[in-house]
Design a binder for this molecule. Structure first.
Ligand code: AMP
Length: 293
């Protein structure tokens, strides 16, 4: 496995190796959610490139850039065990050299949900992902449905800028009790960790209501808010039920819906979401059916 912080080494690898490439962009502190992206890339492609880069431009000044978990040796051991070919570990100066001044901005689909709470976040994400695509030139890139808005934003960027990369979307991987895996889960105290299953519980109840025929987006959102409200350690940050394809507001819909939920436990903000109908929550449903629109 090649591990390199240098763009030139990635370019050299691409020049010297024929065959297809799958890219998995990450910020490290790898867990089974990241690894399921890697496994899919490994199964699909001749070469797998994983990037580990805690991207400063997607953090606001008051956010957790400095304390974001980092464990490169453990990450590399996990990637080696899965047969990854190349790990790109650039420094911030490599990605944003002095006099850097070009950003990629996706407009409408970055405005709501996470974008409303974190106004500079998606500009950082799209800029770094566009750069990683240009550096690694993958055939496919793998993203998690855990960050559902990120998927919609990156798809929009790829479409609008005619970037020749297939976007593959992998279902959210969860702990045994249903908590979505996240590098930020390590911030939770044991009590908060126990309480954190309320996200999944709330989304499950909305899913049950949907399956029983409820199609009123506001009622589904209220149901989720009520479940979270009953958990003392949890503070509801945001809940919305939107069109799963483009994240637009819906009142009453039979098209696929996405219920998105953000909850605070002290300083820690956890995200989760559920697709309605839940049957769409497969790689095929997420990549093909929802990606086609
Ligand atoms: P991050 O390192 O948090 O930027 O995540 C890198 C990639 O892994 C993103 O595409 C995430 O959506 C994806 N990811 C993070 N957590 C999960 C999870 N629990 N299940 C599936 N994919 C995930």
């Amino acid at each position: 496995m090649i591990v390199t912080p240098d763009i030139e080494a990635i370019r050299a690898f691409r020049a010297q190796h024929a065959g297809t490439v799958g890219l998995v962009p990450t910020m490290g502190a790898l867990h089974d959610g990241h690894l399921s992206l890697v496994r899919n890339a490994r199964a699909d492609h001749d070469w797998v490139i994983v990037t580990i880069f805690v991207n400063p431009t997607q953090f606001a000044p008051h956010e957790d850039l400095d304390r974001y978990p980092r464990d490169l040796p453990a990450d590399l051991a996990k990637l080696e065990a899965l047969g990854v070919d190349v790990v790109f570990t650039p420094t911030p100066d490599t990605i944003y050299p002095p006099n850097f001044q070009t950003y990629v901005t996706v407009e409408e689909v970055t405005q709501g949900l996470e974008g409303a709470k974190r106004p500079t976040h998606f500009r950082g994400v799209t800029t770094v992902v566009a750069k990683l695509f240009n550096i690694t030139q993958p055939d496919s890139a793998y993203f998690g449905q855990k960050d559902a808005q990120q998927v919609v934003v990156i798809r929009q960027m790829v479409r609008d800028l005619n970037i020749p990369v297939e976007i593959v979307v992998i279902p959210t991987q969860r702990e045994a009790d249903g908590l979505a895996m996240s590098s930020r889960n390590v911030y939770l105290t044991p009590e908060q960790r126990q309480a954190s299953i309320v996200l999944r519980r709330a989304l499950d109840q909305a899913t049950s209501a949907y399956q029983a025929g409820e199609r009123d987006a506001q009622k589904l959102a209220t149901l989720i808010a009520d479940v979270v409200g009953a958990e003392g350690l949890a503070e509801l940050d945001d809940v919305a039920v939107v069109d799963a394809g483009n994240l637009s507001a819906v009142e009453h819909a039979d098209a696929p819906l996405l219920a998105v939920l953000t909850v605070r436990f002290g300083q820690t903000r956890l995200l989760d979401n559920a697709l309605l109908p839940p049957e769409l929550n497969t790689r095929e449903g997420l990549t093909g059916t929802l990606g086609a629109g």
